[in-house]
Design a protein around this ligand. Structure first.
Ligand code: GDP
Length: 298
């Protein structure tokens, strides 16, 4: 039976007639491509990426009549091509401890992601230590302690308002003494005063480099998928504040389709190490480019 026209691409074909023997077809002409581009922009791909994707689909196919299923396949392939190079798990190094600095605006899901990652690494037999580096937000520190308990991982905390860099140094000392495999350092996410935050992050990096010049080995930027195009400016901002090496995109379980991930991959090419798909400890998945592309196209 012919597929009902649905999802993003389906809209370009109208309702369709489910009882008809054949799927409706449309010519890949300027009008169709413009609609496709609009739809991709609405899906958060951004104008630049939407244009590029549309142009690639059009190349060598102008005037050809395609069904909704064919267009879906073309679009999914095009998106998978952009996403495949960035689908990479967090690289693990033999260095002990491997230091993972976690940055991002408040509310993006840093604390939750650290808890989920700690749990995964623990399950993989790694010895993990967490440092609650957002020393100004008491609630964040408490939350991190709760996550540490859930994951069965120690959380180093300091007095409220104390220097995050000195906590990071102490955490390095402890992680080294315990032969920990991984040290994850949470950081503040207040963008109200960027200069402050930049200095705070730079100082954390400076002190941990006194112990290990190659640290931090990863700087993870946590982004909330529901913020749509905002994620792009957050990457731009945080790349100025820290040496971002990879991304975790949270809240992909909700209404956010995650089209902004395509724009991010296209523009920055930063690896996507994991995606958050819920509030529970196991709700962190590896990023699968093909699956993502299929889901996005619908
Ligand atoms: P932080 O301020 O960056 O540390 O953010 P939190 O880790 O405290 O997360 C903020 C809110 O987002 C909390 O209510 C979390 O439960 C929620 N959250 C985090 N990650 C996810 C996710 O992947 N999916 C959903 N649905 N909620 C999430």
């Amino acid at each position: 039976a012919p597929q009902q026209s649905s999802g993003l691409v389906g809209r370009l074909f109208g309702r369709g007639d489910a009882a008809a023997a054949e799927q409706p077809r449309r010519a890949l002409d300027d009008e169709m491509l413009e609609e496709l581009e609009d739809m991709l922009v609405q899906t958060d791909l951004g104008v630049e990426t939407a244009l590029r994707v549309t142009a690639n689909i059009a190349e060598g196919r102008m005037g050809r009549r395609v069904s909704s299923t064919e267009l879906k396949q073309l679009l999914a392939a095009e998106i998978a091509r952009i996403m495949t190079p960035v689908a990479k798990p967090l690289p693990l190094y033999p260095r002990k401890p491997q230091v993972v600095l976690v940055v991002g605006v408040n509310g993006s899901g840093k604390t939750t992601t650290i808890g989920k990652l700690a749990s995964q690494f623990k399950a993989a037999g790694k010895n993990v230590v967490i440092a609650a580096g957002d020393t100004f937000r008491a609630a964040a520190v408490e939350q991190l302690q709760v996550w540490g308990q859930r994951a069965g991982v120690p959380v180093m905390v300091a007095a409220q308002g104390s220097d995050p860099a000195s906590l990071a140094f102490d955490a390095m000392t402890r992680a080294e003494a315990e032969g920990a495999d991984l040290l994850m350092i949470d950081t503040a996410g207040r963008l109200q005063n960027r200069q402050d935050l930049m200095e705070e992050l730079a100082k954390i990096v400076r002190v941990i480099r006194k112990k290990d010049p190659s640290a931090p080995h990863n700087t993870l930027l946590v982004l909330d998928a529901t913020t749509g195009q905002n994620a792009l400016s957050q990457v731009e901002t945080f790349r100025k504040l820290a040496d971002v090496s990879g991304l975790v995109m949270t809240k992909l379980d909700g209404t956010a389709r995650g089209g902004v991930l395509v724009a991010l991959a296209d523009r920055f090419g930063l690896p996507i190490h994991a995606i958050g798909v819920g509030e529970q400890i196991d709700d962190l998945d590896a990023f699968d480019a093909e699956e993502f592309a299929r889901a996005l196209v619908g």
